[in-house]
Design a protein around this ligand. Structure first.
Ligand SMILES: Cc1cc2nc3c(=O)[nH]c(=O)nc-3n(C[C@H](O)[C@H](O)[C@H](O)COP(=O)(O)OP(=O)(O)OC[C@H]3O[C@@H](n4cnc5c(N)ncnc54)[C@H](O)[C@@H]3O)c2cc1C
Length: 223
């Protein structure tokens, strides 16, 4: 059976209207690679078996762990319950797992809360002054949904590109990410592409990238 670790919530930080960051204690010797996730549940009667995957958004060297979580409204859902938890409550987490990790310079394409694996990857690259030519294309319904906008702007400058799909008066590019958009924005199809978002989003982007000539081995996503 996979190891379970009990961690205590130390800080809860509002990020957008429906996203919060939870900082928790770090078990001794716990390690993860930026981009990886864990199975998380509440260490509370009735909630222990309700495990869902969430991505570490801190740095491997931090002395705490951190999750950045979109909170949904389903009364029976874990994330709805996370809206009301307090500092001092406990989570149980598994060892880190996942296929997304940094494999070299490329284009990162995220939909909504799918950006979370890229938070740790970019924080890590930024800390090492290695953001280089990496680019993040971030799709959200409205500008109010953009997670950590200021931090991404600071880390990536002009290589942070927002796409907004359901706010006609947006200051950003207003449409879905499709073949035409990617064809115009990608200067080199022979590079890495990192894709994360809702299943349908991820599938459409991966299909489009391959239609444009991207090599299947250069696509990094959660399988
Ligand atoms: C590897 C991995 C890592 C993840 N990391 C994160 C993370 O760091 N932060 C984060 O916020 N989420 C992350 N997710 C998604 C997260 O696991 C789900 O949002 C969570 O399981 C929802 O639990 P719930 O019980 O609140 O959902 P429910 O209450 O069952 O669902 C609430 C509502 O939201 C919808 N919904 C749920 N999940 C999604 C989704 N992914 N996309 C679109 N609609 C959805 C449901 O259809 C439902 O209508 C990750 C998923 C995977 C597979």
């Amino acid at each position: 059976m996979a190891a379970g670790y009990i961690v205590t919530v130390k800080e809860i930080i509002p990020i957008t209207h429906n996203v919060k960051t939870f900082k928790v204690t770090k078990p001794e010797g716990f390690s993860f690679v930026p981009g990886q996730a864990t199975d998380l549940s509440l260490n509370k009667e009735g909630w222990k078996e309700n495990k869902h995957p969430f991505t570490f958004t801190c740095l491997p060297g931090d002395d705490f762990l951190e999750f950045t979580i979109k909170l949904y409204d389903n009364p029976k859902g874990l994330t709805n319950h996370l809206k009301s938890i307090q500092v001092g409550e406990e989570f149980e987490i598994s060892d880190a797992w996942g296929a997304i990790e940094y494999m070299g310079e490329g284009v990162f394409i995220a939909g909504g809360a799918g950006v979370t694996p890229f938070i740790s990857i970019f924080r890590n690259l930024h800390q090492q002054q290695k953001t280089g030519n990496n680019m993040l294309i971030f799709s959200n319904k409205t500008e109010a949904d953009i997670i950590l906008k200021d931090e991404f702007e600071k880390m990536l400058g002009k290589n942070f590109i927002n796409v907004i799909t359901r706010q006609p008066d947006t200051q950003y590019y207003s449409r879905h990410i499709d073949w035409e958009y990617l064809k115009n924005i990608i200067s080199d199809i022979n590079q890495k592409f990192y894709v994360c978002g809702p299943d349908e989003f991820t599938k459409n982007i991966l299909d489009t990238l391959q239609t444009l000539g991207a090599n299947a081995e250069a696509l990094v996503f959660e399988k």
